[in-house]
Design a protein around this ligand. Structure first.
Ligand code: SF4
Length: 341
């Protein structure tokens, strides 16, 4: 134990997204002279690839200002299995928020046991979000994560059953909150009181809450037996066309898309590009050989700078082996129906 922590009453493990609610939950506990270690989880579905946290906020500024430790964890493949078939179902899109919380809390419980901490806290607020934060759902999350009696939601604690650390006097229930509902007014007042500035506006959630990303992911799950990280990363970039049950085409929309498509392409994919003119990078992904290669070349022609010409030349490259196909650029009316929206 460090000097700083010598006199602490206890030790809490927090789930910390970097957002306002989880930061306030931590501050409410820190103010009771309890050490907090915050766990920030990454998934393959962070809002942007540079994001470090599950819901896209940088957790470090608050931890540095208020002096608590952050540990980064990754939910990895277990989370992909949960996204496929969550026990508590999906939200509006492919987001399995209830199951996601349970998985994070199970990790927090393991860590709590590992380091001999006393309890776990989250920034959940009763009634703030649909489904995942209904009172009975909070209870189910507590039971399924194995944290019965040891999970405190400091922002709504006074509206929930008393936990063991509260009963035992480790945590003063009177100094916790009774926040309920969607308004963030009380949270903002608390932030002011604690001197918590520059907090991010409420995060919409990870990429799984995005309709278009979710549609691509559903399509990927439906057509791919074993999904890997390159498959998931490719979903973030470009336009995606499902030509048939065996074949998908990804068309870069901008320079960054093109770079990422090249980065995450696999050796079995074909890379297409119009010759001698501005062109997107196009990835041809098929388990049925080259059945749809002419269609993919025509789509490439449709998005290159020479799309008004009668014919364009498209290079097809696979592991450095190249050839040229001549095609008429595709008619948008014909191909837009294949776009995964
Ligand atoms: S939005 Fe839902 S699924 Fe995505 S990280 Fe947050 S809790 Fe998990």
């Amino acid at each position: 134990m460090t000097d700083r922590n010598k006199k602490k009453k206890g030790h809490a493990i927090a789930l910390f997204s970097g957002g306002l609610d989880s930061a306030l939950a931590i501050l409410l506990i820190l103010k009771q002279n309890i050490e907090v270690t915050a766990l920030t989880f990454l998934t393959h579905f962070g809002s942007e690839i540079k994001d470090r946290s599950s819901s896209g906020s940088d957790p470090y500024p608050v931890s540095e200002k208020f002096g608590f430790k952050i540990i980064l964890g990754h939910l990895g493949e277990r989370f992909i299995d949960i996204v496929k078939s969550p026990k508590y179902g999906h939200g509006k899109n492919m987001n399995p928020c209830v199951d996601c919380h349970i998985l994070m809390l199970k990790e927090a419980r393991h860590y709590m046991n590992l380091v001999g901490a006393d309890f776990v806290i989250t920034g959940e607020v009763i009634g703030q979000r649909p489904k995942s934060q209904f009172r009975n759902m909070l209870r189910a999350v507590e039971c399924d994560s194995g944290l019965e009696g040891y999970l405190i939601r400091p922002l709504s604690a006074k509206l929930l059953d008393e936990t063991i650390p509260e009963k035992e006097g480790l945590v003063d229930r009177d100094r916790l909150e009774d926040i309920n509902g969607r308004s963030r007014k009380r949270q903002m007042e608390l932030a002011n009181k604690f001197g918590l500035e520059d907090y991010p506006s409420p995060a919409g959630g990870c990429l799984l809450t995005d309709r278009s990303y979710s549609n691509r992911l559903k399509d990927l799950f439906e057509h791919t037996e074993k999904v890997d990280f390159n498959d998931l990363n490719l979903l973030r970039f470009g336009r995606h066309f499902r030509l048939d049950e065996y074949t998908k085409v990804i068309v870069g929309r901008r320079e960054e898309d093109n770079e990422k498509i090249i980065k995450y392409a696999k050796k079995e994919h074909l890379m297409l590009e119009a010759v001698g003119t501005g062109s997107p990078i196009v990835l041809y992904i098929s388990t049925h050989g080259e059945d749809k290669l002419i269609d993919a070349a025509a789509i490439t022609g449709r998005y290159c700078d020479d799309k008004a010409k009668d014919e364009v030349e498209i290079s097809c490259i696979n592991e450095g082996d190249g050839r040229i196909i001549k095609v008429a650029p595709a008619d948008p009316d014909q191909y837009s129906k294949y776009l995964i929206r």
